[in-house]
Design a protein around this ligand. Sequence first.
Ligand code: ADP
Length: 363
Amino acid sequence: MASLSLDQIHKTYGNDASAHVALKGVSLEVKDGEFISLLGPSGSGKTTLLRSIAGLETIDGGNIHIGTQLVSSNATTSGFHIPPEQRHVSVVFQGHALWPHMTVHENIAFPLQYNGTPPLEIKHRVNAALASVELDGLAQRYPSQLSGGQRQRVALARAMVGEPKLMLFDEPLASLDTELRRDMMRQIVKARRSDMPMLYVTHNQEEALALSDRIAVMSDGQIAQLASPEILCREPSSAEIAAFVGGGNVLLAQVLRAINDHTVCLEINGHEFLARCHVLPKSSSVLVCISPTAVTQTYEIKGLEVRAAFVFFQGSSQLVETDLIRYDGSLFSCTLPLTTKVHVDDLLRLCILDAWVIPVVDA
Ligand code: ADP
């Protein structure tokens, strides 16, 4: 039995002419111990879905189960909606939402006091939670006496202390700088439990790729692709997902011939290269996704000729944006080693080492 089960969730805000459909039939099964990210641009419905699971929003269609318990079901028609505090779900928000007038200890103890846990057990569990986020010794401080990263650790400890059935994260790292972000990512990895699923809302693909077992890419109130981070990067199911995940270059290419059932030879501006595909394309041209790192410089005459439009030094490599135009109008880019320094307006010949044919969705 899945620990979190979403079956055809629908949600519309408002009921007049300005009504907005935020969720359009979202289904998802999250297994015990699994970490799933909801990744997508602003307005794609991630927070609405998270709030619906937490019980902070009612839903207009579908069913939500946490473990075997039905917690939401077509709430506006049948009125079935278990309130948030009875769902055994913890949420970590971006702004950590600590109570400023309470000490760290009191903040973490609050959910246990609310549940009527005996004082000695509260003390023991709060100390264990503080130790787990490496904040022993700061129990008597107030939130204003902590750094942003420490405050977010306290929020994580408070979310964990009640041993919830499910943990939800709503952009928890959005306000942290790079170093603190990495630190919190370590804390979140440490907080994983084999009997508890985690659902993590973010628009930051780096966090989603680093933390998740699977990523649900959301677009316009629906899950556009659900896959492991590796599959999502290597085999995006649409040009939009390829552009959103991993800075994918998507180009139009001509189909030359099939090599085998899952490999096809393509051509762009006279340069021939091999691309992976799910099924062999039937059309004479396809959209193809090429990672910026799957390109190298060549001196062969049959290389893909481009001119460097912008060059960005990246420490151990250089990102070269070229005059080759992607399908969405932006510039085709590649990450090249620093062995040959590239300058703006240099003419380059490129060799495409790996590519993926974007599947065609039948109308
Ligand atoms: P995301 O988290 O992906 O940015 P949201 O779930 O916050 O997306 O929003 C999805 C859509 O629903 C957006 O178009 C947003 O404007 C709309 N929306 C969110 N909350 C409300 C609300 N309380 N009232 C009306 N519309 C809302």
